[in-house]
Write a protein that binds this ligand. Structure first.
Ligand code: SF4
Length: 195
């Protein structure tokens, strides 16, 4: 079996296990779907890591498909990053009720799933979108305004932390998060092209 087929079979097996996960009882009881994530089937992709599924993602089972996802798609296109080379996953695979912030224990419960995904995807560069994703890689005291604008080594991989698209929407087109996100995605694209 070719490498891509092996990786595909491993991804499917992992997704199947995730869909049966009930480690967070409140989330498992309220979710519609377990939003596993998406990955390209070939190449060395960029991995975007967000916080958790929102209402639309929970309904459709796909990450970043709501308003934040639309903005992300626009900015990825602007940065010249082909969507076909972008994998997407969240820190939490299940929607927290009312879109509340993930609890620390939930992030801990879900940590092994994202770690396994990173090993399988083997991304050339990772972009952590928002505070929860930044904390996942850099610890609870991570501050995006201090980390953003450059890649940081984490377990032998390059990680760029930046604002979540929902913050870019909240602060408006002229706000700092949108400009920073645009700039940081351009950096991610440049790192990917150079890899
Ligand atoms: S959030 Fe993660 S750990 Fe918690 S139930 Fe969902 S898949 Fe399992």
């Amino acid at each position: 079996m070719a490498d891509a087929q092996v990786a595909g079979a491993q991804w499917d097996a992992l997704a199947l296990q995730m869909r049966g996960c009930v480690a967070c009882p409140e989330l498992a009881a309220s979710r519609r779907t377990v939003v596993v994530g998406t990955r390209p089937t070939a190449g060395s992709p960029v991995l975007l890591v967000g916080e958790a599924p929102g209402a639309t993602e929970d309904q459709l089972g796909v990450p970043f498909v709501g308003k934040a996802g639309q903005l992300l798609d626009e900015l990825l296109e602007e940065a010249g990053l082909p969507r076909a080379q972008v994998a997407v996953a969240n820190v939490l695979k299940c929607r927290p009720p009312g879109n509340r912030r993930p609890a620390r224990v939930e992030v801990g419960n879900c940590r092994g799933w994202l770690s396994a995904q990173i090993r399988l995807i083997d991304p050339s560069v990772i972009c952590a979108l928002g505070g929860s994703a930044a904390a996942w890689f850099f610890g609870p005291s991570a501050r995006i305004r201090e980390l953003r604008g450059q890649p940081h080594p984490v377990d032998g991989r390059r990680v760029v932390a930046t604002y979540h698209p929902s913050a870019a929407i909240r602060f408006g087109p002229a706000g700092l998060p949108r400009a920073a996100l645009r700039e940081d995605l351009a950096l991610v694209a440049a790192l990917w092209r150079a890899s």
